[in-house]
Design a protein around this ligand. Structure first.
Ligand code: 5GP
Length: 366
């Protein structure tokens, strides 16, 4: 089934750059660092190759990943690889998110970190990655169609890529403000929104409210990681804030579910991630089923395909089998994701056309 879903065009709206890194790249980087004597390979190999991680073990792995991906060249490399991997899954629009990081030892500022990510967008080779040029003037030449060939021969596969900048819950308000400012300045280069993520048991989300409000006032859409742990005050505060999208929303109580459903805020659902990190007890108990039943806006996403050894096609196959959904129903879900992207309306139209074309082909094959 995952193989079948691989052939279907899809959108990915919740994927963290460093959580999407290939295990092979991570091991290669660890080996390089161990040769330099920076770390002991045998001590980190187990952390990298471990398959089932608790939420807190994931954050230990993220700390290790961040130690291995400190320089600009590596950031560009992993960005390029991540985009190519999503394109290989037939993702036609990728909204990648990452936390801009400072590292004085290698001359890295938050700005130069984001520039390295954007350099990775441009370095993509196996597919045509369509990102925003620095003047913000995107051209839509032959992008309106996803057909595989033209009169001149086979068309190169295309993937539209945009970036969200994440605020890490470990940061100070000043740090968060700097990220929002950077996002505003880099809007013309492909940054389309702000995310709040990081270890949910660290920090308080209210710390970042002034930065989130500033982003909102300037028209930058916001998505918040919400309800990964039971934290009543935080969950209720986030729902009241009414971000443009919410990630996860696992540990809600009855009244909060009611508020969520009334709000119509689209939810980025990450099935494998939620089960692996024990935010939900099992897939069968996942809130996807209830939210889908009441037609709440939902988007299937991977979260961290590298960390959780999954793919977006696998997440679709999982949803199909666990919730007994037909291909037509799930295709509709994939198509609806277009409505919830943070990019402009012109791109939404383009993506709709691509999905409609695919629907025609799909109608003949299902
Ligand atoms: P990066 O922002 O470094 O590209 O991606 C890794 C970071 O994304 C992690 O350090 C963490 O801050 C955030 N992240 C990745 N997955 C999750 C998740 O499942 N929950 C939360 N709250 N944050 C996450």
């Amino acid at each position: 089934m995952a193989e079948w879903w691989r052939g279907v065009p899809k959108l990915e709206l919740h994927a963290h750059l460093n959580g999407s890194i290939r295990s092979s790249t991570l091991l290669e980087l660890a080996k390089e660092r161990s040769k330099k004597g920076d770390l002991v390979l045998s001590e980190v190999e187990g952390v990298i190759l471990k398959d089932d991680r608790s939420l807190q073990e994931c954050f230990k792995l993220f700390d290790l990943i961040h130690v291995l991906t400190t320089d600009h060249g590596t950031i560009s490399r992993i960005t390029k690889e991540v985009i190519e991997d999503f394109a290989a899954e037939n993702v036609i629009y990728l909204e990648l998110r990452t936390t801009p990081k400072k590292n004085e030892a290698v001359g890295m500022s938050k700005r130069s970190y984001v520039e390295a990510v954007l350099a990775g967008f441009k370095a993509v080779e196996t597919v045509k990655a369509i990102h925003l040029p620095s003047d913000g003037n995107i051209q839509y030449p032959d992008e309106v169609t996803h057909k595989n060939s033209t009169s001149e021969g086979p068309r190169m596969q295309q993937i539209f890529v945009r970036l969200l900048l994440s605020i890490d819950r470990r940061e100070s308000l000043d740090g968060a403000m700097e990220t929002v400012q950077l996002a505003l300045e880099m809007r013309n280069s492909g940054v389309v929104g702000i995310d709040l993520s990081g270890n949910p048991v660290v920090g308080e989300w209210q710390t970042f409210l002034p930065a989130l409000t500033c982003a909102r006032k300037q028209g930058l859409p916001i998505t918040l990681h919400c309800g990964e742990v039971p934290n009543r005050e935080e969950i209720q505060g986030m729902l009241e804030f009414r971000p443009e999208r919410l990630g996860h929303v696992c540990c809600l109580e009855d009244l909060e579910w009611k508020t969520l459903k009334e709000s119509d805020i689209p939810v980025e659902v990450c099935l494998t991630s939620n089960v692996r990190t024990e935010c939900v007890t099992s897939i069968a108990d996942h809130h996807f089923a209830d939210l889908y039943r009441v037609k709440h806006p939902l988007i299937l996403c991977t979260d961290d395909p590298g960390v959780f050894s999954t793919t977006i096609s696998r997440e679709y196959a999982l949803a199909a089998s666990c919730f007994d959904l037909t291909k037509t129903e799930l295709f509709q879900l994939a198509k609806n994701a277009v409505n919830f992207i943070f990019a402009d309306n012109k791109l939404k139209e383009t993506l709709r056309l691509i999905m409609e074309e695919a629907e025609c082909v799909f109608a003949g094959t299902k």
